[in-house]
Every structure is written in structure tokens, then in C-alpha cells.
Design a binder for this molecule. Structure first.
Ligand code: GAP
Length: 515
């Protein structure tokens, strides 16, 4: 990759070329922030889901699964607070007619100060001081840099206070005071700032008078809360217990960008862990650790993860953090772990008039459990795994190869079967091996092109193993097994293949490390 190439662009283009992710409805020029998962994308996504589901549900006796409907009774979203407070502050430019998130305009402005002013000073100084340049000390001591840094801190704190107070006029005044202009028209002819609800709504029912407004769920967890008693009673669950769910969520994001990082239709993997009040902070710390273990178990460099503890908490939370990942565009939220108190169950009790309590046989009393939530975006996890795996290597002979070093258990295709030549009975033997393995592993048969080209194709889609059938295979019932990462080949007997592949690509083995 050229030094100045945008790393995300390379990922988007590899994902499209190799059948992982396509822009939605591309023949109509696409639909912004909607993507389709292609032939390998759907397999990788399913494998990530399986890794999560097996770790959370099958790996824990006290966690069970659920698959609730996307449409829910509209009062659900009143109780959860989404009807009143799931908003973004919006502003329009009257000349370009373009709409922006007011807070993003301010954030972009601060980022511009960082890149155009601070980074420029850093570059100048680095050039001047050469090897003696110490960036950290420079950032802490250079008067001009300190001035710019202070400006960013001031803007950020004013923005935070104005948003907290829901002072929309104040936000507009701040945008005007800083002279922020629309990137399209170049003018500061702004409308007032308005709150815009992020939920998609539609009508239930076919006639105008018989219909009612319902929402596409903006998070999956409310399906868990409203089913609290159904699950607890049918599963005879004892607190503490968890309910896990994977499913689609929808948000009418104003600024949807950065590929599959922020979409309008996406998938979440959420788990609500119901605990006795008073034990929630201990459970919160435990889940924070357990979720980090799940991530790091994939062999991704631990320095690519960091935890951002929330200082300012949502009104219903008593602890919260984001697990952030170093995406190609920098550290950003990948997963949230939240201690949500009894807010959701209590709100649903209030709105529905139905008791959502747990009778604790040991204490001989009923109470509303507290909840620890772990909530990860499946598409963001896909992007994290995909971007971490994609590497370009220079080989000993000076040539280069593009390879997706996916963990074997997550790889879409586990093994390719490649007859060395398209004759002499090699394809027939290869097909036999392929048919014998295809129901145990996702296999791919390929006889087109020279063998080197076929290996490169499998490297580019991330297939961890390739079986090659040559003339010796016919005679000795052996094949070569090529390892994607080392490119080393070992001669093995055909009868051993199933056992070797099972050991090397086992999801169960991967999950064991995460528990
Ligand atoms: N139930 C809690 C909840 O929904 P959230 O922080 O709003 O919390 C949880 O979302 C996770 O869902 C995020 O950490 C992120 O991974 C994912 N997510 C949220 N909005 C998204 C979007 N527009 N596109 C893709 N993933 C998104």
C-alpha cells in the first residue's frame, strides 16, 4: 500500500473484489450506508455470530438465547426513552440545502485544528530536529501547540455543556461564533438546530384509519426486557442469569459513513445479565473482563483494544464503558458494557402495568433485578476482524502477496481442494476428497489457472489450508497440505485429512480460549 493511501479505501475495495461486502443496490448507484454481504462475507459474519453465540450461550449454563421480533408494541419505545430522547441535533445550510449533525460539524472543526494546525507544527519540528525530535515532549511544551490544544478543549467542553442542557440555540451560536461554513456552499447561512429522532417508523395495518405508527427497533435488547418473565419462567432461570440475542437494528443516522462502521441497518449481538440489586458493579467488572478476553482470544494485537470508561453516565446507568478498537480510521467504539440498573424493567412495568419481578427463593422475597448489558455491533466486529487480517507481504523472492490472515475458525472457506493438473485422473481424485469433506467443512474446489495463481486467490479470501492432488497422490493416497500463513506444504495421508482439519479449524477450540 502506498504510504499516503487511505487504509479504509483499500479495505472497501478488497471486500468488494473478493466477494465480502458489496454496496447495496449498486446498479442504481447504491444506497448510502447500506451494504450487502457477499459469498464470503456472509460466511465470515455467520462464523463471528457462532463464536459469540457459543461463548455466551452454549458456554454458560445460566445464559439462554432469544430471537424476538423486529416490530414491537410502540409503547416499548416510550418506556425505553427512545420516543422522547433518541435524538441527534440537526442543522441545515440554507444555500446548499445540505443537512448536518450540529455536533459533528463542531467535531470536524476541532479535528481540522488538530490536523491543519497541530500536525503541521509537529511535521515542521520533526523536519527541523530530525532524529532528536521527541513528539510527546513537543506536544506538551510548544506554546503554539498548547494554544491550539486549549482551543480544542474549550470548544469540546462548551459543546458538551450545551448538548447536556439541550440548548439548541447555544449550539447554533457556537457554530456561528467559530465561523464554521458548509463544505458545499461555503456559507454560514444556517437554519436553527432541531432535534431529529433516529428511529425509523412505519404504519402497521392496511387502512389509514385502522393503522398505527410502529418503529423498526433501534436496539435489540428491548425484546429481551419485555420477555424477561417469559424466559425466566419457561427456562426456570435463577438470578443471576443472562439472555442473549443476535438481530437487526435500524437507526436513521444523519451522518452514516466509514463503510460498515456506521450503517442505517445493522446487526447487534446483545446480552442482558440479570443480577440481584447491590451485586451489579461486581458483575459489571466481571463482564468487562470477560468481553475483553473474548476479543483478545482471536489473537489480535492487544494494543489495538482500549477501554474508555464513561465519566458522564446516561441517567439510567451507574457504570458504563466502551471497548474501543483501532479501526483503520482510528480508535472507535466496538462494544459497550453497561450497568443499566433496574431502569428498563421498571419502565416497562410502569407503562404496561404488569409486574416484571423475580421471586428469589433463597431470600423469600420479590425484587426487580438489575441489569448488566454487553452490546456489540456485528458489522463493526466484522470490520475489526477483516481489517486486522488483511496484509500485504513481501516474499523472499521479492514478489508480494495479499493475504487475509483470518483466525482459521472464522475463515469463510476452511480448505481448498486443488488438482495440480486438469488431467490424468487428478480432478477425479480431488472431487472425491472434496465430496468427502464438504459437509464437515466449508470447502472450495478449484481447477482453473496455474497452481500458484490458485494459491494466491485462496490467500486473498483467507482460506487457511489448501490440499493439492498430484501424481503421487494417485499412487500413495497422500496429498500436500499447504498452510496459508507459512506457505509451507506437508505431505499427509488422505485418511488423516478430516482429523487434521478438525483440529486446526475447530470453533469449539477457539471458544474454549474465550471462556
Ligand atoms: N442496547 C445498547 C445499545 O444499543 P449502543 O452503544 O447504541 O448501545 C451498541 O450500540 C453497539 O451497536 C455499538 O457499540 C456498535 O458496535 C453498534 N452500533 C451502534 N450504532 C451502529 C450503526 N449505526 N452501525 C453499525 N453499528 C452500530
Amino acid at each position: 500500500m502506498a504510504a499516503n493511501e487511505d487504509p479504509l479505501k483499500r479495505i472497501v475495495s478488497h471486500a468488494k473484489e473478493y466477494g465480502y461486502v458489496f454496496p447495496s443496490s449498486e446498479i442504481y448507484d447504491g444506497l448510502s450506508a447500506a451494504y450487502d454481504y457477499g459469498i464470503y462475507g456472509v460466511e465470515l459474519k455467520n462464523n463471528i455470530k457462532e463464536y459469540w453465540w457459543k461463548t455466551m450461550v452454549h458456554g454458560n449454563e445460566n445464559i439462554v438465547g432469544l430471537d424476538s421480533a423486529i416490530f414491537m408494541h410502540p409503547t416499548t419505545w416510550k418506556a425505553s426513552g427512545h420516543v422522547d430522547a433518541f435524538n441527534d441535533p440537526l442543522i441545515d445550510n440554507k444555500d446548499s440545502k445540505k443537512r448536518y449533525r450540529a455536533d459533528v460539524l463542531l467535531e470536524d472543526y476541532m479535528e481540522k485544528i488538530r490536523i491543519q494546525k497541530i500536525e503541521k507544527e509537529v511535521k515542521k519540528a520533526a523536519k527541523r530536529f530530525g532524529d532528536d525530535f521527541d513528539k510527546e515532549t513537543f506536544l506538551k511544551t510548544n506554546p503554539r501547540v498548547l494554544q491550539y490544544t486549549q482551543k480544542i478543549v474549550d470548544i469540546s467542553s462548551r459543546m458538551g455543556q450545551l448538548l447536556e442542557a439541550n440548548d439548541l440555540n447555544g449550539i447554533k451560536a457556537l457554530i456561528e461564533e467559530l465561523g464554521i461554513v458548509c463544505p458545499i456552499s461555503g456559507t454560514s447561512n444556517w437554519t436553527d438546530v432541531r432535534q431529529f429522532n433516529l428511529m425509523f417508523s412505519t404504519e402497521l395495518g392496511s387502512t389509514a384509519d385502522g393503522s398505527s405508527k410502529i418503529y423498526l427497533r433501534p436496539e435489540t435488547c428491548q425484546g429481551i426486557f419485555v420477555n424477561f418473565l417469559n424466559v425466566q419462567k419457561s427456562g426456570r432461570m435463577k438470578v443471576p442469569f443472562g439472555v442473549a440475542q443476535i438481530g437487526k437494528a435500524f437507526r436513521n443516522e444523519i451522518i452514516a459513513r466509514q463503510f460498515i462502521f456506521r450503517m442505517r441497518e445493522f446487526e447487534q449481538m446483545e446480552m442482558q445479565y440479570f443480577v440481584k440489586p447491590g451485586t451489579e458493579l461486581e458483575a459489571y467488572e466481571e463482564w468487562k473482563e470477560r468481553r475483553l478476553k473474548w476479543h483478545k482470544n482471536l489473537g489480535i494485537d492487544p494494543s489495538k483494544y482500549r477501554v474508555h470508561d464513561h465519566i458522564k453516565l446516561a441517567h439510567y446507568a451507574n457504570a458504563a464503558c466502551d471497548i474501543e478498537y483501532d479501526f483503520p480510521m482510528g480508535f472507535k467504539e466496538l462494544e459497550g458494557v453497561h450497568s443499566r440498573t433496574d431502569f428498563d424493567l421498571k419502565s416497562h412495568e410502569d407503562e404496561s402495568g404488569k409486574k416484571l419481578q423475580y421471586f428469589d427463593p433463597e431470600e423469600n422475597k420479590s425484587y426487580t433485578p438489575y441489569v448488566i448489558e454487553t452490546s456489540i455491533g456485528l458489522d463493526r466486529m466484522f470490520l475489526a476482524v477483516f481489517s486486522n487480517s488483511l496484509v500485504e507481504e513481501t516474499l523472499e523472492d521479492g514478489s508480494s502477496r495479499v493475504v487475509m490472515k483470518l483466525p482459521a475458525a472464522l475463515a469463510p472457506v476452511k480448505c481448498a481442494v486443488l488438482p495440480l493438473l486438469k488431467k490424468d485422473g487428478l480432478p477425479e481424485m480431488a472431487k472425491e476428497i472434496f465430496n468427502d469433506l464438504k459437509l464437515d467443512f466449508n470447502m472450495q474446489y478449484d481447477e482453473k489457472d496455474a497452481i500458484g495463481k490458485r494459491y494466491r486467490r485462496q490467500d486473498a479470501i483467507g482460506t487457511p489450508f489448501a490440499i493439492t492432488i498430484d501424481h503421487d497422490s494417485l499412487e500413495h493416497k497422500t496429498v500436500t497440505l499447504r498452510d496459508r500463513d507459512t506457505m509451507k506444504q506437508a505431505r499427509v495421508s488422505v485418511s488423516e485429512l478430516k482429523q487434521i482439519l478438525s483440529e486446526k479449524t475447530s470453533m469449539a477450540e477457539l471458544v474454549k480460549g474465550a471462556l
